[in-house]
Design a protein around this ligand. Structure first.
Ligand SMILES: [Zn+2]
Length: 360
């Protein structure tokens, strides 16, 4: 076990209008981490995922619902700026979809003011399989889209596709997740509201929902119930590259790498890395390097600052269409989207099965 080293958030970073500071060095994941156990949590919880047997791996890998994925993307892929009618429609769609699948869903609603638009009513969506669980694997994304003057910005990668992937996970794994409605280690899906800045990215104009919820849960003593917060953002474009950003979740990044390798070796990924536009290791999504100096500001920051272990599934570099009107349906690569969704589903099942094994 070792203490979590939190990077200090320099004040000047908040003044940047983009939420990316380019990485300046890379580490090889395997070389920089020797700990045997999977260390997560402020209570120094040790959690071992249960590696899936070949039979389980094949069974779970063959589960998918591509039609549902497209339908979910279509339902979310509208301009959905906080406070607009579309934003309400998308929120209701997410809430109803999960309730229909038997999830416990609640809204965390609050008021805040934003530049340009003024007073707003925000709603984070919190969906749990077992609201009484002691610990959660949390998969998160943001469902609002960016306000742009005179542009109907759709935010396909930012973050309609990540939200659709979470809904699709609930749909595809409906049967497999059923037992985790009664376990102590369970699953939470979190849809943050108000991630986007209205005028200029800064500490008071961005991640409205995440800032509110992290503080609320700290005040309520609930943050320790989050084993690991996996934040999905800017997904759906072809050939993403993911790096490990945080030492205390490096072994979880390696689990994602291992799952990707296992899938590719069995030929279970679609049109894998064949778009031809890759600028990095063309053979894989999850890269065997870590980066410690990239500072990407996103919904995880208020949780990171409160010592919640974070796995940030955001590609580096960002998709080229980021925060442009071109972040629309045409940028979505459905093969990549399905491949990533599959890796996240298997990761989730490994994690939850490990939780059951642990508490037996
Ligand atoms: Zn954005």
């Amino acid at each position: 076990m070792f203490p979590i080293q939190l990077p200090r958030l320099s004040q000047y970073l908040w003044t940047l209008c983009v939420h990316l500071v380019i990485a300046t060095f890379l580490l090889t994941v395997a070389d920089s981490f020797n700990e045997q156990d999977y260390l997560v949590g402020r209570k120094q919880v040790t959690h071992n995922p249960s590696e899936l047997s070949d039979a389980q791996f094949l069974e779970y890998s063959n589960l998918s619902d591509k039609q549902h994925m497209r339908e979910a993307i279509r339902n979310i892929l509208v301009p959905r700026v906080v406070g607009t009618g579309n934003h309400t429609i998308v929120r209701q769609y997410i809430v109803q979809s999960l309730r229909d699948l038997g999830w416990h869903v609640e809204l965390n609603s609050f008021h805040d003011t934003a530049p340009i638009v003024g007073a707003l009513h925000f709603h984070n969506i919190i969906a749990t399989l077992n609201p009484q669980a002691e610990r959660f694997l949390v998969l998160a994304c943001h469902y609002d889209s960016k306000y742009m003057e005179n542009v109907a910005f759709l935010g396909a990668t930012d973050s309609a596709v990540p939200c659709a992937m979470l809904l699709n996970l609930a749909k595809v794994l409906q049967e497999q997740l059923e037992p985790f409605k009664n376990t102590n280690v369970s699953l939470m899906l979190l849809f943050f509201d108000g991630e986007e800045a209205f005028e200029q990215w800064g500490p008071k104009d961005s991640i409205y929902g995440a800032r509110h919820l992290a503080k609320l849960w700290q005040d309520q003593g609930k943050l320790d119930r989050i084993d690991l917060l996996v934040l999905l953002d800017l997904l759906g474009a072809p050939d993403p590259a993911f790096y490990s950003f945080f030492a205390n979740t490096e072994l979880w990044h390696m689990r994602l790498m291992a799952l990707e390798t296992r899938l590719s070796q069995r030929g279970l990924l679609q049109r894998y890395m064949s778009s031809g536009v890759s600028q990095h290791d063309p053979t894989r999504y999850f890269q065997p390097q870590a980066t410690r100096s990239a500072y990407i500001e996103d919904d995880h920051i208020p949780f990171l600052q409160r010592n919640v272990p974070i796995l940030h599934l955001i590609p580096m570099p960002f998709p080229s269409v980021w925060h442009t009107p071109d972040d629309n349906e045409s940028v979505i690569d459905y093969a990549t989207t399905e491949n990533l969704a599959l890796i996240v589903r298997l990761f989730t099942l490994e994690y939850l099965h490990g939780g059951v094994a642990q508490t037996k």
